[in-house]
Write a protein that binds this ligand. Structure first.
Ligand code: KG4
Ligand code: ZN
Length: 356
């Protein structure tokens, strides 16, 4: 966000920012105005991809192309605004599916050029990371953030806007990916996460002793692929398969590791705020356990509302708003970065010092 090759718009508190998010299978547009969210629309492709058991990149981009314009129109209508009232345009530039990212970025850049307004590229993971602060008038503060999504599991020390320190991440599957893979093993439709969680409500979480990988590894890394494999080995041993008990036992193992390691990071960082985000943060059991752990530790837990935990453009508009308010200039030269590795994007864009 450093090139000054696109105009600097009015990015004071009253600025109106339009954002697009097309990194995976949700086409999303949102508007942030007067420092608050005024419209957020998501056209979900879940029903389309569940037919294939997962996201098909080519299908995703064709559907973004179809959905972007109507979603943009719906968002403007819902905000009661017209395009010439927008002061800046933002879009997710990575990480995500290349051809999907390209669609949101191209449309956003096209609008920025036509309207002569600044274009801001936003990292999807920074969007998730800061989303719990959106409803907090004081905004991002010294805290620990846990991002648990379908593609990432990141434990991050937030020092301020754009100032992050990576504490740990998954060495294999992301937490959401593990939920989805276990769902698939159990024959549940994509995405498995919400279905595994719903079945777990009726199951016995202590029936199966499943591995808590890297719980005592002495660092902040995570691993969930061994847990998924343990579930796979369990299946042939039972007929009928005790689906609810397996879901509950699996969920408990994921939650145990996430809560334990995150709270250790909170304690050692001596911060008073924990921000939980990403699709898996919709999980009721995970929320419950973090609520209890934070209340015991006297730590403030910030959670985004459910609709803002999974992919959305509100979090992208919010991050663009924060950076613009801090003086960032537009950057029409910003490119799509599908592999914007979690570690590197923070280092490159946000002066991260990897934890030693
Ligand atoms: O953040 P998100 O929408 O997309 C990515 O950026 O990856 O997260 C989607 C992930 C999926 O893996 C989905 O199964 C998971 O979040 N998820 C859940 C729940 N709701 C969504 N996992 C567990 N329990 C849930 N209730
Ligand atoms: Zn996401």
């Amino acid at each position: 966000m450093s090139h000054a090759d696109s105009p600097k718009g009015d990015v004071r508190r009253g600025a109106c920012i339009l954002a697009m998010e097309t990194s995976c299978d949700e086409t999303a547009v949102a508007i942030f105005k007067d420092g608050r969210l005024v419209a957020s629309e998501v056209a979900s492709q879940i029903a389309i991809h569940s037919e294939f058991g997962g996201v098909v990149p080519e299908v995703a981009s064709r559907n973004h192309l179809r959905a972007l314009r109507p979603t943009l129109d719906r968002t403007l209508r819902s905000a009661g605004l017209v395009l010439r009232e927008i002061d800046a345009i933002a879009a997710t530039n990575g990480p995500g599916l290349a051809t999907s990212l390209m669609l949101g970025m191209s449309m956003a850049k096209g609008l920025a050029v036509a309207l002569k307004k600044p274009f801001i590229a936003v990292n999807h993971m920074e969007g998730h990371l800061l989303s719990p602060f959106m409803n907090d008038p004081s905004g991002p503060c010294d805290s620990v953030g846990l991002v648990v999504s379908g593609g990432h599991t990141l434990l991050v020390r937030v020092l301020g806007i754009g100032r992050y320190q990576m504490l740990g991440k998954t060495v294999d599957d992301a937490a959401g990916e593990a939920f989805d893979k276990v769902g698939k093993l159990l024959g549940l439709p994509y995405p498995g996460g919400p279905r595994v969680a719903a079945l777990a409500e009726h199951g016995n979480a202590s029936r199966f002793e499943l591995p808590r990988s890297m719980l005592h590894s002495g660092d902040y890394q995570f691993s969930f692929s061994g847990l998924k494999t343990a579930v796979r080995y369990l299946l042939p041993k039972h007929d009928p398969v005790p689906v609810a008990d397996i879901c509950a036992s699996f969920q408990e193992a994921v939650v145990d590791v996430l809560v334990e390691k995150t709270m250790r990071a909170v304690r050692l960082s001596e911060v008073r705020t924990l921000a939980l985000s990403g699709g898996v943060s919709c999980n009721v059991r995970l929320r419950e356990c973090f609520q209890k752990a934070c209340s015991d530790a006297g730590v403030r837990l910030l959670l985004a509302p459910h609709a803002l935990c999974t992919d959305n453009a509100a979090m992208i508009a919010y991050v663009a708003f924060l950076h613009l308010r801090d003086g960032a200039a537009g950057d029409l030269a910003a490119d799509v970065c599908p592999n914007l590795a979690a570690m590197n994007w923070l280092c490159r864009e946000s002066k991260l010092t990897p934890a030693g």
